[in-house]
Design a protein around this ligand. Structure first.
Ligand code: G3P
Ligand code: CA
Length: 300
């Protein structure tokens, strides 16, 4: 049963179309855009020389042919690695094109989205940022500012911001924000082109203090006793429960809604989980399978 409210659910490609292509690569994000995803999720980490790169794990061992912590490597080191061929399989044997499978900087991802021919939102997760005591958030906000994305109420691109193909991020003309726009399943009216997510309340608090207009999503693996009534930590605006919470405590989702929060659920890959999210009226589904979810929602 995939019916009521499905039209308003945003489909977010988790680490790109990461079931089909190597996660966090240009290949995965390009595929997600081609598949019709409304938004892209990515994790960001800081390299030893201060670049934000899209990598999930603390170390590069699982998703590349290299070894070591991202924080101990410089961007030039990461650029020599292959982030694609670990995903090789009999069905998809060749993820080796360096143009699409090299390390992806957040800056390059912003450019990709800016070049898209329709509005695409970005959900950026600060990954275990405590080691850097605010530097991840500082760099992130600097970069968003360069793209004119640190204040969604302003809309459009900052004067002099980098351009590729002359479009603003998400494909909106300069000076126009997503506010008041409505596209079935697409960007939700009043939503920003970028939102910041984290399991770290401290990280979201830093973002909210420096850029209060940016939406923030508090990610939860379990419901902490002090938040059971549907409240979120200071600085967090949107709730980001894991699918396990949704399955085991559906009443909690209603509580979050009653408390006035939008609910973005991760990682929703199974058809029955998509159905449950639809029934509960969540606002966004974060999935490794954007194409299958869009098809289930009747949007393809
Ligand atoms: O979208 C939130 C989700 O990505 C959090 O978990 O481990 O996949 O980053 P993880
Ligand atoms: Ca993530």
């Amino acid at each position: 049963m995939t019916q009521a409210r499905q039209h308003s659910i945003q489909v977010v490609a988790h680490r790109g179309a990461s079931e089909d292509a190597p996660e966090h690569t240009l290949a995965a994000y390009t595929k997600a855009i081609e598949d019709g995803a409304d938004a892209l999720e990515c994790d960001v980490r800081l390299t030893a020389d201060g670049h934000l790169v899209c990598v999930h794990d603390r170390r590069v061992n699982r998703t590349s042919n290299g070894r070591g912590a991202v924080s101990a490597l410089e961007l030039a080191d990461l650029a020599t690695l292959d982030f694609g061929s670990w995903k090789d399989s009999e069905e998809s044997p060749d993820w080796r094109d360096p143009e699409f499978t090299s390390v992806l900087t957040l800056e390059r991802l912003l450019e990709l989205v800016a070049d898209a021919d329709r509005p695409i939102q970005l959900a950026i997760e600060t990954k275990h940022p405590t080691r850097w005591a605010g530097q991840v958030e500082e760099r992130l906000l600097q970069l968003l500012k360069r793209f004119g994305l640190d204040d969604p109420t302003r809309g459009g691109r900052a004067p002099g911001a980098p351009t590729r193909g002359g479009r603003v991020l998400g494909g909106l003309p300069p000076g126009e924000s997503f506010r008041g726009r409505s596209a079935p399943g697409g960007p939700v009216p009043g939503e920003s082109a970028v939102r910041i997510m984290s399991f770290s309340a401290r990280s979201l608090h830093r973002i909210a203090s420096a850029a209060p207009q940016l939406p923030t999503v508090y990610l939860m693996q379990f419901v902490s006793p002090r938040l059971r009534d549907g409240r979120l930590p200071a600085g967090a605006r949107i709730a980001g429960p894991g699918m396990r919470i949704v399955r085991n405590h559906p009443g909690y989702i209603a509580r979050l809604h009653r408390a006035g929060h939008r609910v973005h659920v991760w990682t929703v890959n199974e058809p029955e989980d998509v159905d449950l999210c639809v029934r509960l009226g969540v606002e966004a589904i974060i999935t490794n399978r954007p194409k299958q979810v869009l098809s289930q929602l009747g949007r393809l």
